[in-house]
Ligand binder design. Sequence first.
Ligand SMILES: N[C@@H](CCC(=O)N[C@@H](CS)C(=O)NCC(=O)O)C(=O)O
Length: 283
Amino acid sequence: NMSIKEVASNRSFGGWQKVYQHESEECKCTMRFGFFPPQAEIKKCPALYYLSGLTCTEQNVVTKGGTQGPAAKNGIVVITPDTSPRGCNIEGENDSYDFGSGAGFYVNATEDKWKTNYRMFAYVTKELPQVIRANFGDKVDGDKMSIFGHSMGGHGALVCALKEPGKYKSVSAFAPITNPIQCPWGQKALKGYLGDNIEDHKEYDSCELVKKYKGPVLDILIDQGTNDEFLKRELFPDHFQTACADAGVKLNLRLQEGYDHSYYFMSSFMEDHINHHAKYLNA
Ligand SMILES: N[C@@H](CCC(=O)N[C@@H](CS)C(=O)NCC(=O)O)C(=O)O
């Protein structure tokens, strides 16, 4: 079932910030996503997926990310999925901010309790692009997509690009969780969704994945605020920098003086990121 329903529509920068909902096959629940086609199009636009961080829905980036202006300027459709399945009546799904609802970590869960619904990797990389293709064939060029995200979503974006070589033309991240197997957020989520085997966790760790990446050349942009309250405990951009250098993958890691982990930080550099993707999507 590829049908979608419009639940919000607001004029913005000459386009429309929309929100749609649909019944997801992968997540077995109703999922929402934001959708911003820059103009009432005369040509198909490339698509840029934005993955949000812990506790977010599609609303956080839609209202605070500042994607619309730069997306309109570059003629790019921005697609903003939710961060997890919701309302699945799984025991404990709403107990903590960093696991379950709002915290899908962009994995395909294998643990019994979660595996039926928590399939965010498949949802983001396969189902959502199919839904977009089926509903917006006239607006979106299904062959041109890129991905970026913030924190848990930065981890998600890097993992999607590294696990699916060639699917995305470019990848970038704001304050990504780069080495989840070594940080409290990541360890809790990967253990909870995937079980105890560390080898399974490595399949969703950018530092591990970049070591064995074999695909088209990647030019990764990461922005990281130096006053980010989670920098030293959860994010470890230095680990990813070392892993990229070892693997010969090009990384532009920019440390942004005094910025924190919030949307004040992301919105400040949103235009740079969208321009980065436009370079590849509009090539
Ligand atoms: N609320 C959590 C942190 C959650 C958090 O910082 N979430 C980030 C993503 S990792 C976010 O974007 N929050 C929503 C917002 O700022 O709009 C805490 O108290 O430690």
